[in-house]
Design a protein around this ligand. Structure first.
Ligand SMILES: Nc1ncnc2c1ncn2[C@@H]1O[C@H](COP(=O)(O)OP(=O)(O)OP(=O)(O)O)[C@@H](O)[C@H]1O
Ligand SMILES: [Mg+2]
Length: 252
């Protein structure tokens, strides 16, 4: 199982949009995918058409009530795509976990044994570097950093890379920044081109060839509870995420 976290403490850079649509495009290529929604905002859960308030169990129960993964995994309307839903209660988990022994490793430990069932594990992180993100980074081997092509794009990336280094050193030696994904790209805007160039220089070769273009269908899809593969299968948004999935599969 290839385990990837979508992380950037900067808000609104398309972590959730990428988690859901990359997961759906991998699933469309016959890969078995588990998406974990580690953000109390539950955007990825809702985007997949799963109502977090109707769930008997969520990620919160996996982390704090010792529920087993199989008891919290939900099948979505998309074939091959399962989710561990989030819930607003998860915002308390960050504080409640503080007193737990091994608090940084709860998620990793609870996921042991899932590898045979899935080809990909994707984790949608919240916009912070707190315990939920640390648990996510400790449970994966790779990070995709979505960065929105805008003026403040790289602000905060130093702090993120520093956090990755500390987690790698102390908790998870396998952890690697896999690639940066440029999101909300608009080729008509000079600022987007400038930022894309800067990101290229900053992260050297660790940038996906695919850029996700600004696309209104991607912004509409969450309110219909559908990934882009079913909401707008002919859109540029779908083309871009399908191209990203191809790159991810090719990288192996
Ligand atoms: N390529 C795109 N084109 C148009 N809108 C987009 C695109 N990508 C993301 N959006 C919109 O931008 C907003 C932020 O995206 P998203 O929620 O995925 O970011 P996030 O990083 O998960 O945010 P948060 O940090 O709050 O978790 C959403 O309204 C989303 O629909
Ligand atoms: Mg999000």
């Amino acid at each position: 199982m290839i385990k990837i976290a979508l992380a950037n403490q900067k808000g609104g850079c398309a972590k959730s949009t990428t988690s859901v649509n990359l997961a759906a495009c991998l699933a469309a290529k016959n890969k078995k995918v588990l998406l974990i929604d580690a953000d109390p905002q539950a955007h990825a859960t809702i985007h997949l058409g799963v109502n977090p308030y109707q769930m008997e169990h969520t990620l919160y129960d996996l982390l704090l009530h010792n529920k087993k993964a199989k008891d919290v995994i939900v099948q979505t309307a998309t074939k091959n795509l399962h989710v561990i839903p989030s819930h607003i209660d998860l915002s308390a988990a960050e504080i409640e976990l503080v007193t737990h022994i091994g608090r940084e490793s709860v998620l990793r430990d609870q996921l042991k044994g899932l590898g045979k069932k899935y080809d990909y594990l994707l984790i949608d992180c919240p916009p912070s570097l707190g315990l939920l993100t640390i648990n996510a980074l400790n449970a994966v081997d790779r990070i995709i950093i979505p960065i929105q092509a805008e003026f403040f794009a790289l602000e905060g990336s130093g702090k993120l890379l520093q956090t990755v280094d500390v987690i790698k050193e102390r908790l998870n030696p396998k952890l690697e920044v896999y690639k940066v994904l440029i999101t909300r790209y608009d080729s008509r805007k000079n600022i987007c081109k400038d930022v894309a160039d800067k990101i290229g220089q900053h992260f050297a070769k660790k940038v996906f060839k695919t850029k996700i273009r600004e696309n209104v269908k991607l912004a509409e899809a969450p309110s219909y509870g559908k990934p882009i593969t079913t909401y707008a299968p002919n859109s540029n948004g779908k083309k871009d995420y399908a191209s990203l999935a191809k790159e991810v599969i090719k990288d192996g």
